[in-house]
Design a binder for this molecule. Structure first.
Ligand SMILES: [Zn+2]
Length: 240
């Protein structure tokens, strides 16, 4: 079973291509959160929360009904690169949602762009399972690994040394695959994305994981599938 641990829904056309892909659809605002929840099925889960890009447009309270129905709380975090949303506003939404996740016993999915150092320090105060999505920073990786964080491999791994470092240095029992959705695949590969690229992208990530960790791609696929269930069930395993 292929795993897409973090995806934004783009088009109904992608659903047939996801028939054999266990997918966590992410809702970032009230509209996309309602969509993510409506798409749930045996192999489709939802992770909803207030995304840092929208922290000045909506409140955590508005997302709460969607968060309560979610398998994980996310994506949440801070971003100093791709948004102009005031950092104090972002921090308030981030801290509030970390506290909420801790209270509700939900794992969290993290967006860390440009704020990797601060987020690594903040996370030390929380012990729920933590998944860092598409980590692509050359620094601070060990500060997340030390905390037992999970990581998704970004679709741009072939050309991104920071993502390659994640594949190489994160233990195999903490690695997951993701597309971030078809729009992100198109962005990462710099060409229009079609639904068949979902499976292709995830299998490419599995091959890279398998090569780095010295296992067969089929074993990497099984391990990644187990990792998602462990992340969602809150069982970190030994060493935490
Ligand atoms: Zn995302």
């Amino acid at each position: 079973m292929l795993i897409d641990a973090h995806a934004h829904f783009a088009t109904p056309d992608e659903l047939p291509a996801r028939a054999h892909v266990r997918t966590v659809f992410c809702g970032t605002d009230p509209v996309s959160a309602a969509t993510a929840l409506s798409l749930r099925s045996e192999n489709r889960l939802a992770a909803c929360a207030l995304h840092p890009w929208y922290a000045d447009r909506f409140t955590v309270a508005e997302l709460l009904p969607f968060i309560r129905e979610s398998a994980a709380l996310g994506e949440i975090g801070l971003d100093s690169v791709w948004t102009d949303v005031n950092m104090a506003v972002q921090r308030e939404a981030f801290a509030g949602q970390l506290d909420l996740a801790q209270r509700l016993g939900l794992p969290v999915v993290l967006h860390t762009k440009g704020m990797e150092g601060e987020i690594a320090r903040t996370l030390r105060g929380y012990d729920m399972p933590k998944l860092v999505h598409w980590y692509s920073c050359e620094d601070y990786l060990d500060e997340y690994i030390d905390q037992g964080c999970w990581f998704t491999v970004g679709p741009d791994h072939a050309g991104n040394p920071a993502v390659q470092a994640v594949i190489r240095r994160v233990p195999l029992d903490r690695l997951l695959t993701e597309t971030d959705g078809l729009d992100a695949v198109a962005w990462a590969l710099n060409r229009p994305a079609t639904p068949d690229m979902i499976g292709e992208t995830l299998r490419g990530e599995l091959r890279a994981i398998a090569a780095a960790h010295g296992v067969h791609p089929a074993e990497a696929e099984d391990r990644v599938a187990e990792n998602l269930e462990r992340f969602l069930s809150g069982h970190g395993g030994a060493g935490l």
